[in-house]
Design a protein around this ligand. Sequence first.
Ligand code: PLP
Length: 434
Amino acid sequence: MPLDHTRSSAEFARARNLIPGGVNSPARAFGAVGRDPVIMDRGEGPYVWDIDGNRYIDFIGSWGPHILGHRHPAVMDAIATACAKGTSFGAPTLAESELAEAVVDAVDSVEMVRMTNSGTEAAMSAIRLARGATGRDVVVKFAGNYHGHVDAMLVSAGSGALTLGTPSSPGVPAGCTNDTVVLTYNEPGQLEELFAARGEEIAGVFLEGVVGNMGLVPPEPEFLAAIRRLTEKHGAVMGVDEVMTGFRLAYGGAQEVLGITPDVSMFGKVIGGGMPVGAYGGRRDIMEHVSPVGPVYQAGTLSGNPVAMASGLATLRTLKETNPYPRLEELGARLARGFDEVATKHGVPHAVQRVGSMLTLFFNPGPVRNLDDATASDTDAFARFFRGMLDRGVYLPCSQFEAMFVSAAHDEAMIDETIAAADAALADMASDRT
Ligand code: PLP
């Protein structure tokens, strides 16, 4: 029985007239799943409610930030306390050092950190830093990895760009991407060849440590080892984009789980606890190239905003104190197992790929190791599955090429309810086929 979305539909028509596509970020558009988005009203713990009053179990968590669930009391209190003092000063505040200290404490490879307002800004700045610190221009990225809408990285990009079929964008001059080399994820041989030919030109190699933006794709150990060895040998920067994975896969991020030590890391999402924060950090000798210590310019009127810092700090402190990671691992594994069982039961070719609390059910027998594998998925089947889940009160990412996020506010009963919904949605899809 479809849910009533009357108000959402009417309001979305209004939004579409005022905002391109009715959304302020394309990943929110439901184009790939063949319906209009629902308009959200509020969230609490693991749930969100739309403006028609429908409740959903939320597996997006604002696309990652809400690892503690919506409206966590510690985060809400910290925001209220910060707001009471004023929202922005354009001058240093204690909260900036406190959050920086928390990041340095959490992530072994990070000795200094600079706050930004988004993951995109963090990635843009980290790339500029790699170029500025090495005096070289070429950056290497991997197809299907997404580093925000940074001009130099908007080639073969994942996430919304991939979902909407525009992995490279008009408006990005060729000059901005001439020095970007795109390689295949998990193919160390390509890196070996590139470094052998152009090693002295390469400023940095940037990757999602665990990819969320072509669906969940883990890195293979030989691939990571090749990146570290070749960047070290040729004096290039290894940059790990932890915007999705930072403080999520472990308190120390993907790099803790994978046992890697990048030179530079980028953060976003969880670091702001639902407020607009990004950050980039790394070894002191590299970070000291950043202005005003060094010549690599990067700035922001609202960077280090005290309300956003308070939200991020309360989130990180709660994560450190409560250590939800073993439980997130259990819940993630339970959900992955359940999806696998029901997809097998209904004869759906599939692969469930997961690291900790991030996972993707690919409509594709897998394994999905790179972008070509991911795009071989049956996106029509995903779209039907998505709609079936929405109608059953489960809010999933609206693209095959995204990861679901489990939060510490979910519990076993909700996971089992989600698996039961998947069973029913896949049963409906099977009966449509016959
Ligand atoms: N890097 C990664 C890995 C991301 O997943 C994202 C966003 O999803 C970004 C960068 C860009 O972050 P933002 O959307 O905060 O600009």
